[in-house]
Design a protein around this ligand. Sequence first.
Ligand code: SF4
Length: 393
Amino acid sequence: MPENALLTTHRPRRVYLAEPNGYCAGVYMAVKALVWMVQIFDAPVYCYHEIVHNRFVVECFERAGVVFVDSIDEVPEGAPVMLSAHGSAPEVLEDGEQRAGIVIDAVCPLVAKVHHEVKRRAAKGFDIIFVGHEGHDEAVGTMARAPSNITLVEPETGLAGFKPRDPGKVALFAQTTLGMHEWEAIRAEASGRYENLETSRKSDLCYATTNRQDAVLEMSAECDLILVVGSDNSSNTNALVRTARMRGAAAYRIDSADAIRSEWLEAADVVGLTAGASAPDHLVREVLDRLDPAEGWSLFRVTEEDEYFPLPRGLRSLLGALVSTVRIGFAAPSNGTGPLDYDRRVTATDALAMLESFPSGEPALPAAGLLGVHMVGESVADPGLVEDGHLEE
Ligand code: SF4
């Protein structure tokens, strides 16, 4: 039995690990982007809102000298600032550009797509229903795209409070991380009320949200208990818990293995495990270790993911300029490799591991190294999960 296995007489017989689970392409992109900011600039680097909604990830950046703020006013004049993956109001970007030395917007492209659709419909005079959670960073950023035309509707309350000026010109959009069942209920209600309703062809729920929910839905039918790794302010994590419960499974969110309660396992022969899109892989591995299933674990795979989002455009320009400068300084001819060429191969786990390897405020590597001169071709080893029930080291 592993040292950290649960001290309980109720050891599950089997664990299914949902696939896909954990980090999505938007989180990969945002985490790597902020790691680059920490490496390029002297500390502190500022970040407007938590870069992603995971306590572990945020604390990791704080140890490396990142200061998270809820207002651009808290950023000292001239300091570098990154805007979170959830998307920010246009005023935040404008204020940041006025105040900060450099502003990099790490908004997920799938959130940016919803921003674009909202703006487009508002410009055509539509009244817009936005299904989301009041106060969530993504909802706040999206609502700010068309404040005079948009009404926030909570998934639990439905359309009761929505009164369009013209029922023939209504559009419906959603936070990317809702429960699919919640989105479908609101869409059915809105379509029944507004004949010419304009909305996304499928939904605004992103691929990561829907894939993780599909896996949990199927897995719930086979499990006595579902555990979801993720932080309490992570919308897609909470949606996974609601999805499993909607299917009739006992389901709990946990920040880490330490949050598992032994009483949950009393009647749990088979446990399903998944993680929200901002939960680091190592936390999932620790939960597997802690559960220590008698007959081992296996993947519960519903689909493969290979989405990749490049670093934010502003950061790519900055890195490109730095690469050129370093190459000129080293009189090194360009061979077409550099941080932007190997970015696809670097995971958020790799990037966070790099962050942990250097003390607060100190760049990890000399500039020549971080710009790809000695890192090219060195894929950082990532101890990952493999399918046959053990951890690959
Ligand atoms: S959960 Fe979806 S919308 Fe959010 S960052 Fe990930 S891919 Fe983007």
